[in-house]
Design a protein around this ligand. Structure first.
Ligand code: IVH
Length: 709
């Protein structure tokens, strides 16, 4: 884009940036994603660099942004909370350029050794200053404009992770008279999803991303509401300090803060030179989606505090630190249309068709709009500029639209109306669509008559955690199910087991070899467990865990199918909703028929007498396990199955309740946490030995159990 009059464009950009910064910092209601803001910011920077005469003191590039909100008392920071420079350059050059600048600044020639850096995650939340006096938390403040922030002590105190009192021992004897700890308040993705799910089910406004949800919670005037929004915190630096000798390096400073009880992220490293920085950048990039929270990049800091002091600051940024960003997880694109997809249980989901856009590391052209109410709340219409978010492994979603002043409201597309758009009929089978009272979703009433539902049901049945039929993928199922017509090879799940290789090899992209493989995979799947079989039936509200619990409790399918509501409610984690869903499912003659056909086709499992009878040897009974890293021979699912079969439980994170950690190679923070808490760690060989013979365990398993674990 080129603009003939740079002065005019600069003025326009300034007012745009002021407006967006106000929305973002003051109102917590941003209209555009960060990447878009960064682009405008950089465009202004470029104009100002080319035309220094246009630089004015009120330019957003010349000061730290944000104002004090009405409602909270202002706090003047004793030590300013500055920002850091961002490298948005191509991947390698971010680290290379920073390292080169540092060496130049320090006047280090090529003969000098590589600079030692501390590299850590750039958490995507909001900066907070925690002021501890004599070890007690006396104040928490937001960054504000960097010099004056807001007093949010009440809300910050509700974050369980933040210590109200620092833990000793302290170097120098007693707690420092003043220690300001700086870090990021953020919301984990799972907490964010749960929060939005709750908002959605109550018909309330959803949050755009975890950062906005966290910022909103911190700025809640009512601390009781803030307390219901689960926030987390990581410390990454310090502000004012009195009577404490600060460690010599940034990395040992963070170690010291961790010792005092501050949450410090274990995903950090000390890196040598640009190569070391890049290695960390790449390693974290590979795991970015798997992290439980959003990050937008890596922060590189010169490790030696003496060197940091020597380098100092330039305008609002330290010369010794830089943020190296990853591709943005939110982008703006155009909404081309809204399709409706039919899910496994008939749920109709509006799906946004988008002009393809690169976001969160992949090109996205479809994104969910969740349901009709939500599409309307977000007021997205065909032709609008919308914000797409793709973070972690979750499916991309449209989080809102970018209102544009130049668009005439009357010329926008119509409000999305799912019923009207579909003419009241399921797009896959033409059956009537229904929305029951109190439900947010429209559903197709066609059940397994509907080819779309049938297709999803088959894909679920064949999935890894269900019957685990390898090779039964999306395109193949499409062909097997067809349009639901006479020619379809499959009408019910049981038909899968009547397929013959000759029929399969006639299909598109199916050679004789793959046809034989699929027949073999089907044959293999017949020997299963009751839990897997139940899960594979795709009964509403019966997930993998509930299916296992039901199998364990009843031990036999017939006993489960004939169970009364009261009997069902006795199963761990089964409430009225699940009980009702089970009854509805087993009440339908059609479902009973398919189950009977599947059994005739040869599907079998080991039945037992259920919870009433002894379940056989349970060497791992009442123990809780956490799996981490890659095991040499077992997959995670296999290890989990072994533990559960032996009566143990597997959870996702290490806590005081964890009894054992089974660790493979490249185990990360969970392993460190386990060591910190003194939890027994086993490798695969020890684990297998232990399961086979827990009695003569060298690590003293019996001893631990005797001591009450
Ligand atoms: S250091 C003087 N380290 O990114 C250096 N900042 O402009 C002060 N952030 O809003 C910042 N993770 O809240 C630092 N590991 C990290 C960080 C981090 C996130 C945020 C910070 C600030 C922005 C930096």
């Amino acid at each position: 884009m080129s603009f003939s009059d740079p002065a005019q464009r600069a003025a326009e950009l300034r007012s745009l940036l002021h407006e967006h910064a106000h929305r973002y910092y003051v109102l917590d209601e941003p209209e555009i994603p960060d990447a878009e803001y960064d682009r405008l910011f950089q465009e202004l920077q470029a104009i100002e660099a080319a035309h220094p005469e246009l630089l004015s003191p009120d330019s957003p590039t010349q000061r730290v942004l944000g104002q004090v909100l009405a409602g909270f008392s202002p706090v003047t920071h004793t030590v300013a909370m500055l920002s850091i420079r961002t490298e948005t350059d191509t991947e390698a050059s971010g680290a290379l350029a920073f390292d080169a600048r540092v060496r130049k600044e320090l006047d280090w020639g090529p003969e000098q050794p590589p600079v030692e850096y501390a590299a850590e995650l750039k958490f995507d939340g909001l900066a907070i200053n925690l002021r501890y006096e004599h070890g007690i938390l006396v104040q928490a403040a937001t960054r504000g404009d960097g010099y004056t922030g807001e007093d949010v002590t009440q809300n910050i105190r509700t974050i369980g992770q933040i210590p109200l009192r620092l833990r000793g021992p302290f170097n120098g004897g007693s707690a420092p008279s003043v220690l300001e700890v700086r870090g990021e308040v953020y919301m984990r993705r799972d907490a964010f999803d749960t929060l939005n799910e709750r908002q959605r089910s109550r018909g309330e406004k959803t949050f755009v991303n975890p950062r906005n949800a966290a910022a909103g919670a911190v700025r809640q005037l009512d601390p009781r509401i803030a307390a219901q929004r689960p926030l987390s915190f990581y410390a990454y630096g310090i502000g004012d300090v009195q009577d404490w000798s600060v460690p010599d390096t940034h990395s040992t400073l963070l170690d010291a803060l961790a010792t005092m009880g501050m949450p410090v992220c274990t995903d950090r490293t000390v890196a040598l030179g640009a190569t070391g920085l890049l290695a960390f950048y790449e390693a974290i990039r590979a795991r970015r989606d798997a992290l439980p929270f959003d990050i937008d990049g890596i922060v590189y800091k010169v490790n030696s505090r003496a060197l940091q002091q020597r380098m100092g600051f330039v305008s609002r940024e330290p010369r010794w630190a830089v943020a190296h960003k990853y591709p943005a997880q939110e982008q703006v694109t155009r909404l081309l249309g809204i399709d409706v997809q039919v899910g496994r249980t008939g749920k109709l989901t509006p799906v946004a068709k988008l002009e393809p856009v690169f976001v969160g590391g992949t090109t996205v052209s479809n994104a969910t709009l969740h349901n009709e109410d939500e599409a309307r709340r977000k007021d997205v219409r065909v032709g609008d500029s919308v914000i797409v978010r793709r973070a972690g492994d979750v499916i991309p979603e449209v989080v809102g639209r970018v209102p544009s002043q130049s668009v005439d409201e009357t010329s926008r597309g119509p409000v999305f109306d799912l019923f009207d758009q579909l003419g009241g009929q399921c797009p896959a089978c033409g059956s009537a669509i229904v929305r029951e009272e109190g439900e947010v979703d429209w559903r197709c009433s066609g059940g397994l008559y509907c080819p779309a539902q049938r297709k999803q049901a088959i894909l679920h049945f064949a999935s890894r955690r269900a019957m685990d039929i390898e090779g039964l993928g999306d395109k193949l199922v499409d062909q097997l199910v067809g349009e639901g017509d006479e020619k379809a090879l499959i009408h019910t799940l049981a038909d899968l087991y009547n397929l013959r290789a000759e029929q399969l090899s006639n299909l598109d992209r199916m050679g004789g070899r793959s046809a034989d493989n699929l027949i073999a995979a089907l044959e293999n799947s017949k020997q299963t467990t009751l839990g897997r079989f139940l899960f594979s039936l795709g009964i509403r509200h019966v997930g993998e865990t509930t299916a296992k619990d039901l199998a364990k409790h009843f031990g036999s399918l017939d006993r489960l199918m004939n169970a009364s509501a009261d009997e069902l409610l006795q199963v761990h984690d089964v409430g009225p909703v699940v009980a009702h869903s089970l009854h509805t499912f087993f009440d339908q003659p059609h479902n009973r028929e398919v189950i009977a056909q599947l059994r005739v086709a040869g599907i079998t499992w080991q039945e037992s007498d259920g919870a009433a009878a002894s379940t056989g040897p349970q060497p791992l009974a009442s123990t809780t396990w956490v799996l981490t890293g890659t095991l040499p021979t077992l997959s995670r699912d296999q290890a989990k199955e072994i533990i559960e079969a032996a009566g143990g439980k597997v959870t996702g994170s290490v806590s005081k309740k964890t009894n054992f950690v089974l660790a493979g190679s490249e185990a990360g923070s969970k392993l460190e946490k386990a060591k910190e808490l003194g939890i027994t760690v086993m490798d695969e060989a020890e684990f297998l030995r232990h399961c086979a013979n827990p009695g003569d365990d060298a690590i003293g398993f019996e001893g631990q159990r005797a001591s009450g674990i």
